[in-house]
Design a protein around this ligand. Sequence first.
Ligand code: SF4
Length: 351
Amino acid sequence: MTTTHASRLLAWYDRHRRTLPWRAPAGRRADPYVVWLSEIMLQQTTVATVGGYFRRFLERWPTVGALADAPIDDVLSAWAGLGYYARARNLHACARTVTEAHDGHFPQGEEDLLALPGIGAYTAAAIRAIAFDQPASAVDGNVERVIARLYAIETPLPDAKTEIKTRAARLVPAERAGDYAQAMMDLGATVCTPRSPRCVICPLMAGCKARKLGLAEELPRRAPKREKPTRRGLAFVLSRKDGAILLRKRPAKGLLGGMDEVPSSPWREGKLSPEKAMGDAPVPARWQILDGLVRHTFTHFHLELTVAHAIATTGGLARLAPGTTWCTIDRMTERALPTVMRKVIAHAVKN
Ligand code: SF4
């Protein structure tokens, strides 16, 4: 049965494989750097979003050594918009480690890969399978869904993870493990989709338990999610007469680590008191609270920012904190500004 699933899937893959910018042509093995870069970018992001970023990164830094040599700020600003900025920092740290400790070659062993910054079990398995054709089992959300359905696993996630991983690992064929991993990804993305799976064209239809039981759309089950809390803060957009806006750098560690931002009060749960939050303004000025809110959602919380705007006066400028810089609107794209800060600036400009 196991061989049947894998061989059916591979035969389907040979006819229906997706063409993706990071995918090697049929019969060729992919460059580990390319596999790694695409897998890091694809975490929590769609293929459509990643395409342009991937091409730009590869054009600018065609090898892991080139990426390692790049200043971190360049990497962060090229990453801006992809979110989860700790990944960009890890990406750079990983490129440095591969260059310095592994002579510019990605290691092939699981332990060595897991020791690299930002590489977890899924990415290590994807690199081993796709770049080195090792029979490693790469289980992401797509593969979880396919396996949960194939075996009609009704235990809700995350409790079902161990069973899914065990089942998934048993299916990996000894040969063409890289193609198999990519076939699973394609099946999850194009056929065994979260809603309305296309069972009638699925190569695994004959052996799929969820389909037989009429459960396909219901699986995988998930334990109810906890509500995300909402944090609130006051963002300060200070502009000069020439239109430049004051930015500062966030601390290197933590959320949006090392990215640029407009200054703001701490982001806290509960009601925002703009009067109190005004105490966090970067300089004394005639701050005006703008109408409306800027909303953004992070992995663990929603954020609502009220925006205050002021024009900088010469007296105020003397008191600017070290580490702050001015940036004109037309040069904002060169800065490592996270999406939430782009929204804040757009809100201020619009108002
Ligand atoms: Fe998914 Fe349907 Fe294929 Fe089963 S038959 S693996 S539910 S698409």
